[in-house]
Design a protein around this ligand. Structure first.
Ligand code: SAM
Length: 248
């Protein structure tokens, strides 16, 4: 058999290359972080394991009314939480996973008209609700941002990042937290508010709660230093970190 000519050979390689390329495209998307493993999902989770914890399903916009339930103020004492943040006029804040804006307008009130609050969501339906509710409240310094499961898409560096009842349901916590740290100013604060996983009397499904130890474990490799855990809220804790080094 004749050896392939130099001309035929590249064509064959081109064809092989195309087949390989389309095969790669046809593969299911892989998660970039080696920190993730997969197992059969439990009822409330997505089967993805991160630092020994199964990630919870994110809350659909179809249940948005729950976020604005009338009894929530009494149950969660949002004003106490806002006070605990110690925000200042003119600050730039990101409310990641803002939902309908239950906390967003309160943050907007604290930073005033010289400040900005970015309400970040992956569900455009939530952003529509946010827009309506912020208009009703006259919170004109709120900007809705459509993020992706990996990227918050923040347009500028921020002083404070707040995540209320969100972190445990991030499908890509490694990518999200890296991107968030890149947009947090040096010395800026990252505040997680989660239902207390240590407390069995808190009536929330286990995958939707987090312990302080688990949060600290998951932040250990990021450019963050632990500041404090605030225990003043009825069922949640506020776990506070500060950004070390330089924001991009
Ligand atoms: C349980 S709700 C909490 C909403 C709000 N923080 C509150 O306390 O009222 C969680 C929200 O996080 C959003 N979410 C989940 N993953 C997200 C991500 N990667 N980036 C931004 N939002 C996300 C969901 O769409 C959902 O609206």
């Amino acid at each position: 058999m004749n050896p392939p000519t130099p001309f035929v050979r590249p064509l064959r390689w081109t064809a092989l290359g195309l087949v390989a390329w389309f095969s790669v495209l046809a593969l299911p998307a892989q998660d970039a972080s080696p920190l993730y493993t997969q197992r059969a999902p439990s009822r409330d989770g997505i089967g993805k394991i991160y630092y020994g914890r199964e990630i919870a399903h994110f809350m659909s916009h179809e249940g948005a009314a729950w976020l604005d339930r009338p009894e929530r103020d009494a149950e969660e004492k949002p004003e106490l939480m806002i006070k605990g943040l110690g925000l200042r006029a003119g600050q730039i804040v990101a409310d990641i996973g803002c939902g309908t804006g239950y906390f967003t307008w309160r943050l907007a009130r604290e930073v005033g008209e010289r400040g900005v609050v970015y309400g970040v969501e992956i569900q455009s339906e939530m952003l529509q609700l946010l827009d309506t509710k912020m208009r009703e409240r006259g919170a004109l310094n709120v900007v809705g941002v459509l993020g992706t499961p990996q990227m918050p898409n923040l347009p500028e560096a921020v002083d404070v990042v707040l995540m209320v009842d969100v972190y445990h349901e991030l499908s890509h916590p490694a990518e999200m937290m890296e991107a968030i740290c890149a947009r947090l100013k040096t010395g800026g604060r990252l505040v997680f508010v989660e239902y207390r996983g240590e407390d069995p009397s808190v009536p929330i499904k286990p995958l939707h709660k987090m312990t302080e130890a688990q949060i600290k474990k998951e932040m250990a490799d990021l450019p963050l230093e632990y500041v404090e855990t605030v225990h003043t809220l009825p069922t949640q804790h506020m776990v506070v970190f500060r950004r070390k080094g330089r924001a991009r």
